[in-house]
Every structure is written in structure tokens, then in C-alpha cells.
Ligand binder design. Structure first.
Ligand SMILES: [Zn+2]
Length: 135
């Protein structure tokens, strides 16, 4: 009879989960950011190295510059969605009915946009292989 305590089930984090949770691309366990996105004054504070596998997140000097292009893409998508929604809901609205919600929502999404764009960028453009047993 098999001892149930000796059975280990390896639960691996998928790349998608790691990106959405801003986890390290190499071990998919260590968090990239020190604080949750809800802490508005500290949402951008990153660990220099992964707390689990010690990967240096800024792969090369200026690496995060590329994440701005991802962030730009997310912002454009967000603005398009808000603009279309405003147009559908209020067909005869003035230009301020577009500017105000777009400004408020895009500013509100800054912490999420910032973190998600960096996470996407390091996972797809960091060229770091997933090593599940790396400690
Ligand atoms: Zn790691």
C-alpha cells in the first residue's frame, strides 16, 4: 500500500499565471515587486534580485525602457475601450465626456499597467528560461 505522505504532486505555475502575478520568469515563485499594486505610493518598488532564485531582474542597463512600449499598447487598448463605450452609451456626448473618464481611468490603471508591462516584458523579451527547480 502506497504511503500518501510520500506522494508529491508537482504544481507548476504556468507562464500566464507567472506574468499575471508578476513572478520571476526563471523560478516563477519569487515576486518581482516588493509591495502589492494596491499600495499606491510603493507600487513601483521592485526587488533587485529574485528572492527565491536570485535572478537579477534588470537583465541589462536600461532593460525596463522596452516595457514602456508594452505599457503604451495597454494604454491605447484601454483608451479605445473607454472611448467606444462612451460613444455607445452616450452617443451625443460632448468631448469632455470622453476626456474625463479616459483621464480618470487611465490614471487609476497606472499601477497595474506599470507592473503588468514589466512582467510581460521580462517574460517575453528577457530570454530567461524557466527552471522549476532553481533555488
Ligand atoms: Zn526567481
Amino acid at each position: 500500500m502506497e504511503d500518501l505522505k510520500s506522494v508529491k504532486i508537482a504544481v507548476q505555475t504556468t507562464k500566464f499565471q507567472a506574468i499575471m502575478q508578476a513572478k520571476c520568469p526563471r523560478c516563477r515563485e519569487g515576486k518581482m515587486f516588493e509591495y502589492p499594486a494596491s499600495q499606491v505610493t510603493k507600487f513601483d518598488k521592485m526587488h533587485t534580485n529574485c528572492p527565491v532564485c536570485n535572478l537579477r531582474f534588470e537583465v541589462e542597463p536600461g532593460f525596463w525602457f522596452g516595457a514602456m512600449f508594452i505599457s503604451y499598447g495597454f494604454t491605447v487598448m484601454l483608451l479605445a475601450v473607454i472611448g467606444v463605450a462612451t460613444n455607445v452609451l452616450f452617443p451625443n456626448a460632448s468631448v469632455w465626456a470622453y476626456i474625463i473618464p479616459i483621464t480618470v481611468v487611465s490614471l487609476g490603471f497606472v499601477p497595474f499597467n506599470f507592473r503588468l508591462s514589466r512582467s510581460v516584458f521580462i517574460h517575453f523579451f528577457g530570454f530567461i528560461n524557466y527552471e522549476p527547480n532553481r533555488r
